[in-house]
Design a protein. Structure first.
Length: 582
């Protein structure tokens, strides 16, 4: 029996009030259900790990290996698939940090150029992405509408806006854009979005905790510096909350902080991580969802007048089904069940279940985790995730990157390993999933302490590949080799009146009598960014009808598009020539 809305809210308030700071991470437990009968259906996606083979071989340095004395060392960072040089082949950006003890000089994030032959070349230095420090999240978007996607990175310290110069290089324009903060902050999630629909990309930034290396207690020095009675790094509970920010794009290359005027500053008690902007109530205006660690997650609803109202609690996406706070990490937002509405999948800490929120329409959500078949595994700390159709059957599957935050734990608790495998849930259709094991290949079972992950077609072969950040190791690049006879279609959008990256645009595809829907997003997963070309599996269908709702609300429709092709659609013009697609 489901709780009433009033009972749900009272339960949430009582749970929050009763939670004493006995440890830094919320310890919500989610009981698993028995796995159902296996479908027995073949799974036609097969992943092969190729990172080192193709030139993605630089380890992600993020704190000491063991122990990790500070929460900054444990949280890690994201990654991105992006086509920074507009050649039609997605490149790779992998973030990183350093060490507090014996830091390595010259450690930076890594940009890898796609050589268009299945390999990559490290172009970090020549591209000018040489800033050192502790990077957290990445979002991508053409903030100045010049036709080249720019990069915004969050940091512990100062965030950075890199303007794409259009010649393979970037320039740090943080100060001149008005985004240089007055003090050290721990930026995490970020998202470009056009919240006022003026054709210019604005920027939302979530902040995690107030972290000061010189003042933050060491493991075991405070009550919130323990986990399972073992001294561990402190936080997030016990540390100051981060304060989230919204910056309005002025249309001249600069931004103005409108956090207070827009109502963002009113949310003051949340440890913000991943951010996704999406139109959850189907009114044509982008809303903002923030996965929060050890505190209620946030849903900022767009009021159409430059302001937002935080309504995560009343809309059912702030807490677990039993009204408890969860340690939310990563997000996937898509129409997973063919309802025509954006659902939300959120990953959580170990011992808890992930949560799948079904959108009933108008941004009213219910917890569908148990009935969906996803309540079968709570062993691991879970991070990056997605809703991607790996086998092109028309239903998006769910991968989950895992890895613990306390490497010192497994010597006492062997069931809490620091490194763990990637999880994969196959979509059986209409909101039902089953956990796969080696059906998609044994490569994903290799254990790592993973964090961010991104999705895109790096080899332009018509399927979705995966990039995964592994702390202390090189990233994993999983090439998807699909078999079977399913078809697909890809859509790349170019805004003209709307923002050039078409962030916030909604695409509906109808094929074989089934409807799918996706939106262009600048961040999802865990602090990461996906290929902007939206991929749709078509099953056995050979043609598809495509409808685009642009960020400004205007619509464009195209009929009977042939399968197994990429289409570039320009706002107001229709289909135009592709760039670089073989």
């Amino acid at each position: 029996m489901k709780q009433s809305r009033r009972a749900f809210l009272l339960s949430a308030l009582n749970a929050a009030a009763a939670t004493a700071i006995a440890q830094g991470v919320v310890a919500h437990k989610g009981a698993v259900l028995p796995r159902g009968k296996r479908s027995g259906l073949p799974y036609n996606a097969h992943f092969v790990e190729v990172a080192r083979k193709v030139g993605i071989d630089h380890p992600v340095l993020y704190g000491s290996q063991n122990p990790k004395n500070y929460i900054l060392e444990s949280i890690g960072c994201g990654c991105a698939f992006l086509d920074y040089d507009n050649d039609g082949w997605v490149d790779i950006l992998v973030l990183g940090g350093n060490r507090f003890v014996d830091p390595e000089p010259g450690v930076t994030n890594r940009l890898y150029h796609n050589n268009r032959d299945g390999t990559f070349r490290d172009v970090t230095i020549e591209a000018g992405l040489t800033k050192t420090g502790w990077a957290s999240g990445v979002c991508v978007g053409d903030y100045n509408n010049d036709g080249f996607d720019d990069i915004f990175l969050t940091y512990w310290g100062q965030n950075v806006l890199y303007r794409n110069n259009g010649n393979g290089t970037f320039t740090d324009v943080t100060r001149e854009a008005g985004l240089l903060g007055p003090a050290t902050r721990y930026g995490t999630g970020c998202a470009f979005l056009d919240y006022n629909r003026d054709g210019h990309l604005d920027l939302f930034v979530s902040n995690y905790v107030g972290f000061d290396y010189g003042k933050t207690p060491r493991p075991g020095e405070k009550s919130y510096c323990y986990f399972l009675n073992l001294p561990v790094n402190c936080g997030p509970r016990g540390l100051p909350f981060g304060q989230h920010s919204l910056y309005r794009n002025n249309g001249d290359g600069t931004f103005t902080d409108v956090s207070q005027a827009a109502g963002i500053s009113s949310a003051r008690s949340n440890y913000g991580l991943t951010v996704v902007a999406g139109d959850f109530d189907d009114d044509g205006w982008p809303d903002i969802y923030v996965a929060c660690d050890s505190s209620p997650s946030l849903l900022f609803m767009n009021n159409h007048d430059g302001t937002f109202s935080e309504e995560g609690g009343v809309r059912g996406v702030a807490y677990s089904e039993d009204g408890q706070e969860q340690a939310g990490m990563g997000l996937a937002v898509a129409d997973y069940d063919g309802s025509g509405h954006l659902g939300i999948f959120k990953t959580n800490f170990g011992g808890d279940l992930p949560v799948l929120y079904r959108n009933l329409g108008k941004a009213v959500f219910e917890d569908a985790t148990r009935e969906s078949g996803l309540a079968v595994d709570n062993r691991f700390v879970c991070w990056g995730t997605g809703l991607e159709d790996f086998d092109n059957d028309g239903w998006p599957d769910i991968p989950v990157a895992t890895g613990h935050i306390y490497p010192e734990l497994e010597s006492r608790y062997p069931d809490s390993p620091y490194k763990s495998p990637l999880l994969l849930y196959r979509n059986l259709g209409h909101g039902h999933f089953e956990e796969l094991f080696d059906e998609a290949g044994t490569a994903i079972l290799e254990p790592h302490s993973s964090r961010g992950m991104a999705f895109g077609d790096f080899d332009n072969d018509g399927d979705i590949d995966m990039l995964v950040v592994n702390l202390g190791e090189p990233p994993s690049l999983f090439r998807n080799d699909v078999s079977g006879k399913n078809h697909w279609i890809k859509i790349r959008l170019e805004g003209t009146v709307s923002n050039r990256s078409a962030i916030g645009a909604r695409i509906e595809v109808i094929a074989g009598g089934a409807k799918q829907m996706k939106e262009v997003q600048s961040q999802s997963s865990f602090l990461s960014c996906n290929d902007f070309r939206l991929h749709f599996g078509l099953g056995s269908a050979l043609v598809a009808d495509v409808s685009v709702r642009w960020p400004n609300g205007k619509r464009q429709s195209l009929t009977a598009l042939k399968a197994d092709q990429l289409y570039t659609i320009r706002e107001g013009a229709g289909i135009v020539a592709n760039r670089g697609w073989k």
